[in-house]
Design a protein around this ligand. Structure first.
Ligand code: GDP
Ligand code: GDP
Length: 435
């Protein structure tokens, strides 16, 4: 669970990516686990004491066709929009530069908590050079050497101190969902189509002053929240077209959602970039529905749907639990099936299985097909228990956790799904040694 977002801003070469890599340490960033994305990490996770934060290196968000100063300016905009705490990195080697002053001014106006960090303080003597950064008019600077890993703990303590308390699930009691996908797949068209459904009653939100808002509505007596992915709207298209920024927006929307609608553009079919988006949806552990949009543009006979479904399953193997809906946001064809499906998937994500019923299923599964011995040792599952929901998480108490192999875990997962459904939700299975 992410407890807040930190963004790093600063001029080029002050050491932002070095600092970022230090903080995420050996932990792989989320993008690395996503098929197809290996380079250019701009976001990762940092764990400090009991907290987990998302961290963004805004220096990695390249903004094309913009003059240099404007690019930094936009990176700072993005940080102000996305972050709960901003780390402003400067370098003691170069001292206070004009760009530092410009960034400081902008950050001060934002009202967000700022942590000023002077990097490249590789030894005690250099600490004296950090004093000149008081001129920026921010709080006391923290001295670090990202290259040598010095001073980072104090910075993380300060971040934790100034991090605003956030509700982990801001929309309790409702079903919240977001629509994610490549540009032009039809996200905003679909949101509009859903809001225009018969029996959808959009709650009156007039009087709210926030400019980026999620939209609450009711349908069949059930409360929903459509989560906004648009981001820095007021500044228009330039921001929307920055691919990495749209990924960040998708991530923060997924954080607030119970269910994620992953959109594919049916007029173009599956594209490489869809895999990044699908990976984000899957790794978040939220409910997922695959929505094949622009169904009106597809030439079809009675076999088309089955053929496309097969292709989707082959391309997104890890999303095998996600139901597929074929819709047209333009003609509203089949859009009416989505809300009941979203509701159902959310229920499945929150389903709790009684321990005795669960154990019957697991013990049966084990009896029918015992795990293959490994080095002469055989896995034995003594009992199991569901420890949490969203996503449903099961602990198997076993003789030796090392003996639970991927394929057997998969088998157990399938047996749980056969018995209880869980359509649309990932399932986590953890093995623990029985004490
Ligand atoms: P960015 O452009 O802000 O992301 O900066 P980088 O992380 O790419 O670093 C720019 C240069 O500064 C690289 O050559 C780094 O090796 C160097 N650098 C980063 N942190 C430190 C540090 O703590 N001390 C010293 N001496 N050099 C550093
Ligand atoms: P977004 O960038 O993902 O928000 O996509 P938009 O909702 O702006 O849609 C991009 C384009 O696709 C627009 O021209 C829409 O009219 C068109 N579009 C969206 N949904 C459909 C659909 O179901 N069928 C057809 N034919 N066009 C669609």
């Amino acid at each position: 669970m992410i407890q807040g977002t930190i963004a790093i801003v600063g001029r080029p070469n002050v050491g932002k990516s070095t600092f970022f890599n230090r903080l995420i340490g050996q932990r792989k960033s989320i993008v690395d686990d996503t098929p197809g994305v290996t380079r250019d990490r701009i976001y990762g996770e940092v764990e400090w004491l009991t907290k987990t934060y998302r961290i963004i290196d805004t220096g990695g968000i390249q903004i094309e066709d913009q003059p240099f100063a404007q690019e930094i300016n936009m990176q700072v905009d993005i940080a102000i929009e996305e972050a709960d705490v901003i780390v402003f990195l400067v370098s003691c080697k170069e001292g206070v530069m004009t760009d530092d002053i410009a960034i400081a001014k902008k950050l001060q106006k934002s009202g967000k908590p700022i942590v000023l960090v002077v990097n490249k303080v590789d030894n005690e003597k250099l600490r004296l050079d950090a004093y000149e950064f008081y001129a920026l008019g921010l709080q006391d600077p923290f001295c670090v050497s990202s290259a040598h890993g010095i001073g980072l703990g104090d910075v993380l303590d300060e971040i934790t101190r100034v991090m605003p308390e956030k509700k982990l699930s801001p929309y309790e009691g409702m079903t919240s969902f977001c629509v994610i996908g490549r540009p032009n797949v039809g996200k905003s068209s679909l949101v509009n189509a859903i809001l225009k459904e018969d029996r959808v009653i959009v709650s009156n939100v007039e009087g709210t002053t926030r400019d980026a808002i999620d939209t609450p509505f009711t349908y069949d007596g059930q409360e929903y929240m459509i989560i906004d992915t648009a981001g820095i709207r007021k500044k228009g298209k330039i921001y929307e077209n920055i691919e990495k920024y749209s990924i960040l927006r998708a991530l923060s929307a997924i954080d607030r959602s119970n269910v994620v609608l992953f959109l594919i553009d049916g007029s173009l079919g599956i594209r490489e970039q869809d895999k990044h988006v699908a990976g984000l949806a899957h790794e978040a552990g939220k409910g997922v529905i695959i929505v094949y949009n622009k169904w009106d543009t597809v030439e079809k006979d009675e076999k088309t749907m089955a053929k496309i479904e097969k292709e989707i399953r082959a391309q997104f193997v890890y999303l095998d639990y996600a139901p597929i809906a074929f819709v047209s946001a333009l003609t509203h064809q089949k859009v009416n099936q989505l809300l009941p499906l979203i509701n159902q998937v959310h229920e499945n994500c929150s389903l709790r299985i009684q321990t005795n019923v669960l154990n019957d299923v697991i013990l049966d599964a084990q009896m029918m097909n015992p795990a293959k011995p490994h080095n002469g040792k055989q896995l034995k599952i003594y009992y199991s228990s569901q420890v949490s929901v969203e996503p449903p998480t099961f602990v198997l108490f076993v003789n030796d956790p090392e003996l639970l192999h991927f394929s057997y875990k998969r088998y157990i997962e399938n047996k749980i799904r056969e018995a209880f459904g869980f359509e649309g939700t990932p399932i986590h299975i953890i093995a623990r040694k029985k004490s």
